[in-house]
Design a protein around this ligand. Structure first.
Ligand SMILES: CC(C)(COP(=O)(O)OP(=O)(O)OC[C@H]1O[C@@H](n2cnc3c(N)ncnc32)[C@H](O)[C@@H]1OP(=O)(O)O)[C@@H](O)C(=O)NCCC(=O)NCCS
Length: 198
C-alpha cells in the first residue's frame, strides 16, 4: 500500500503504465471531492449532475462524503498527491439489490482508464454488501461514458431524455488489483454492514 497525505491508498495500475492510489471516501474527504469537482469542466459537471452546477454546497459535500459502505460507497482516486476522480454507488431505497453508479474524473486525466478501473473496483464492494446490479444513467451526448460502459459490456436503452443501462455486478470485468486488498481496506475504513438480502 502507498500512503498519500497520511492515509493509505491502494495502488492501481492504469493501462498506459501510470498508477493511481485509491481509498474509500470518508466524511473528512470534502477536500478530495471538492478538488475533483473544481477540476472538472462545465461540460463534465453537466454530464455528471445533469444540470449546470457551479459549486458544491456544504450540504452537497456532506452528502457526497458521508458513506456507510452499504447504501453509499465511493472510491476516491489520487495521482501524485492530486485528486483525479471519484466513483460511487448509491443503493436504491425502493430496489435494494440495485445501486446507481456515478463517476467524475478531472478533465486533465480523462482517457487514461481511470473511470473504467474505478467502476471495476466498485464491483467487489457492492458484492460484499449484497448489491446485485449496477444502474447507470447517462446523457445521450456523453460519448465517453457510453464508450466506457460499452467497454465493460453494459447495454444501454433509451429512457426518456437519458440512456439507462444495468449490469450484474458479477458480470463486470474484475478490478485491476487484488479484490481482497480492496475489501480489507473497505472493512477497515468504512466498516460496511455486510448484508445479503434474500
Ligand atoms: C465519462 C468519464 C467518467 C470517463 O472517464 P475516463 O477515465 O476518461 O474513462 P476511461 O479512460 O476509463 O475510458 C473508458 C472508455 O471510455 C472511452 N473514452 C474515454 N474518454 C473518452 C473521450 N474523451 N472520448 C471518447 N471516448 C472516451 C474510451 O473509449 C474507453 O474505452 P476503451 O477502454 O475501449 O478505450 C469521464 O469522461 C468523466 O468524468 N466525464 C464527466 C462526468 C461524467 O460524464 N460522468 C458519467 C455520468 S455519471
Amino acid at each position: 500500500m502507498n500512503t498519500d497525505r497520511e492515509r493509505p491508498t491502494i495502488p492501481v495500475p492504469l493501462p498506459d503504465g501510470m498508477e493511481m492510489g485509491i481509498r474509500p471516501i470518508v466524511a473528512t474527504d470534502a477536500d478530495l471531492v471538492s478538488q475533483t469537482f473544481s477540476e472538472m469542466s462545465d461540460q463534465s459537471r453537466y454530464q455528471r449532475f445533469f444540470s449546470p452546477v457551479d459549486e458544491l454546497s456544504s450540504h452537497d459535500l456532506k452528502y457526497l462524503t458521508e458513506m456507510d459502505g452499504s447504501t453509499r460507497f465511493a472510491w476516491g482516486a489520487r495521482i501524485n498527491g492530486r485528486s483525479v476522480g471519484v466513483a460511487r454507488f448509491v443503493r436504491f431505497s425502493d430496489e435494494p439489490l440495485v445501486a446507481d453508479v456515478a463517476i467524475g474524473i478531472v478533465d486533465d486525466f480523462h482517457h487514461h482508464g481511470i473511470g473504467n478501473a474505478l467502476v471495476r473496483c466498485l464491483g467487489p464492494v457492492a458484492d460484499l454488501v449484497g448489491i446485485e446490479k449496477f444502474s447507470f444513467d447517462v446523457l445521450p451526448s456523453n460519448t465517453p461514458m457510453l464508450n466506457l460502459l460499452r467497454s465493460i459490456q453494459v447495454t444501454m436503452d433509451h429512457d426518456g431524455r437519458i440512456q439507462r443501462g444495468r449490469v450484474k455486478v458479477n458480470d463486470l470485468p474484475p478490478p485491476p488489483v487484488d479484490p481482497d486488498l480492496l475489501l480489507t481496506m473497505v472493512q477497515e475504513v468504512v466498516s460496511p454492514v455486510v448484508r445479503k438480502i434474500p
